[in-house]
Design a protein around this ligand. Structure first.
Ligand SMILES: Cc1cc2nc3c(=O)[nH]c(=O)nc-3n(C[C@H](O)[C@H](O)[C@H](O)COP(=O)(O)OP(=O)(O)OC[C@H]3O[C@@H](n4cnc5c(N)ncnc54)[C@H](O)[C@@H]3O)c2cc1C
Length: 429
């Protein structure tokens, strides 16, 4: 593996997307709804609002997809960070079932939007492997597969060591649970497609407009950006892990954790055929977690939580030692205290959805649709709209103010462990 590699920065997604622009737009003085953040959550909310005929303005500090939505691993997964049996244990059968069904609806909703709006984003339907390196993890996967079949008639398949080795192209994992419902995509193309669709439906999307404050005004709100103000009836804060300073209630509930991704140079045909030959995406249950997939142009896109991903991928695929890394970037994952997404209203009355805990590529589109319904006042009450997410406690996290330091310490510890593991696995080591 070439250790030097590119500096942190440009994502493979941006480099592989064609030139793109939105129609120029002026910030309106008034809109029914103002959305802060143009990731999947904010764009889905804007799209559904515009579709329903509401006037909506989206304010994005950077470009569309600047946050996690344009930087992720491109894995579109059913479920949540916590496995289904844990959801049943913590939340009860009915709520866990409803939550899991909503995660499947999210993927269907994305497919419906793509078909309706003609969004081309490299959508692939090869499924996902959740991978185990220990017997305890393998048993947990088996339990999850059984429970999903029993309670939701949801099909998964447990792979043993030999099948897993053939499916991954490495003996690194001893078992895996295959989720055929999972998808893969080019996340930035999806974000841009959603933005273009929302704009065509009448949403005003403003890039390079950082919101600095939200004030109460005339029974509604005024969103302050740069030198201007936009009045609105409802505000949606869709900033997930990039929580702005003006939203301290959310900042106390979201731990932003850095995740790094690398993309190799296109693999030699022999390796491209050997690694994930079924083209599933993969994530594992270790700490630190690895997640990876092979792109249509045969690059290995490999992510993790240590910043040592160049070394980590050689642990899984020793034969890739010496392979060039063409892209390296990072983004922020929003971890909540219970590792679940949360949707609702802040004490100020702003709508929010946040805390996807690294599992939001699919669910954020569903959450955006829920936010739109809440902003439109659809449903008899919030419970009807939010279903299993209604009244889900969203506790603040202890050690507030220490978050940055704690996250950095954890990452430094994981990085050290990763270096030692890579050292132990070096050829002849
Ligand atoms: C490296 C990485 C890999 C990941 N891989 C996967 C994966 O493979 N599968 C999966 O399911 N999930 C994955 N995730 C998580 C997933 O990408 C997120 O859950 C999802 O994109 C969240 O979307 P969002 O719209 O809520 O937030 P974001 O996409 O982060 O959007 C928030 C936006 O708010 C903007 N913003 C912030 N403050 C302001 C302000 N004051 N004014 C205006 N705009 C503002 C930001 O610029 C940003 O664009 C990954 C995340 C990361 C970081």
């Amino acid at each position: 593996m070439s250790r030097g590699g590119p500096p942190d920065g440009r994502t493979y997604w941006k480099a592989s997307a064609t030139a793109w622009s939105l129609p120029p737009a002026e910030a309106p003085r008034r809109a029914d709804v103002a959305v802060v953040g143009a990731g999947f959550t904010g764009l889905s909310a804007a799209y559904h609002l515009a579709l329903a005929g509401a006037s909506v303005a989206v304010f994005e500090a950077g470009e569309v997809g600047e946050g996690a939505s344009g930087r992720n691993g491109g894995q579109v997964l059913p479920g949540y960070d916590r496995d289904y049996p844990e959801l049943v244990e913590r939340l009860g059968l009915a709520r866990a079932q409803a939550m899991w069904r909503l995660s499947l609806s999210a993927i269907e909703r994305m497919e419906a939007i793509m078909a309706r709006e003609g969004i081309e984003c490299g959508w692939e339907a090869y499924g996902h492997l959740e991978a185990a390196t220990t017997a305890a993890q393998r048993d947990a996967l088996a339990r999850a597969g059984d429970a999903l079949a029993r309670d939701l008639q949801h099909p998964t398949r447990l792979l043993g060591p030999a099948e897993m080795e053939a499916a991954v192209g490495s003996p690194f994992y001893i078992a895996g649970l295959e989720f055929p419902a999972a998808r893969a995509f080019h996340p930035l193309l999806y974000a841009r497609g959603l933005a273009a669709a929302a704009a065509r439906r009448g949403a005003v999307i403003l890039q390079g407009r950082r919101v600095t404050a939200v004030h109460r005004r005339d029974g509604g709100y005024a969103v302050a950006w740069g030198e201007g103000r936009t009045s609105c009836r409802e505000v949606i804060v869709a900033t997930n892990a990039y929580v702005p300073p003006f939203a301290p209630w959310l900042r106390r509930r979201i731990l932003p954790v850095t995740s790094t991704v690398v993309a190799t140079a296109p693999l030699a045909p022999g390796y491209a055929a050997r690694i994930l030959p079924g083209r599933q995406t993969l994530s594992d249950l270790k700490t630190p977690m690895y997640y990876f997939r092979v792109t249509a142009d045969a690059r290995l896109v490999f992510g993790g939580g240590t910043g040592e991903e160049g070394r980590s991928l050689v642990r899984v695929f020793p034969y890739l030692e010496g392979t060039r890394i063409d892209y390296r970037w990072h983004g922020r994952v929003a971890v909540s205290a219970d590792w679940l997404p949360h949707i609702g209203r802040t004490p100020e009355g702003w709508l929010y959805a946040a805390g996807y805990t690294g599992h939001g590529a699919a669910f954020s589109t569903e959450a955006g649709a829920m936010l739109a319904a809440l902003a439109l006042g659809e449903g008899t009450d919030d419970t009807a709209t939010l279903g299993p997410f209604a009244a889900l406690p969203f506790p603040p996290m202890a050690l507030l103010g220490q978050h940055g330091r704690v996250a950095r310490m954890v990452r430094a510890y994981l990085r050290l462990r990763e270096r030692l593991a890579a050292y132990a696995h070096r050829p002849g080591g």
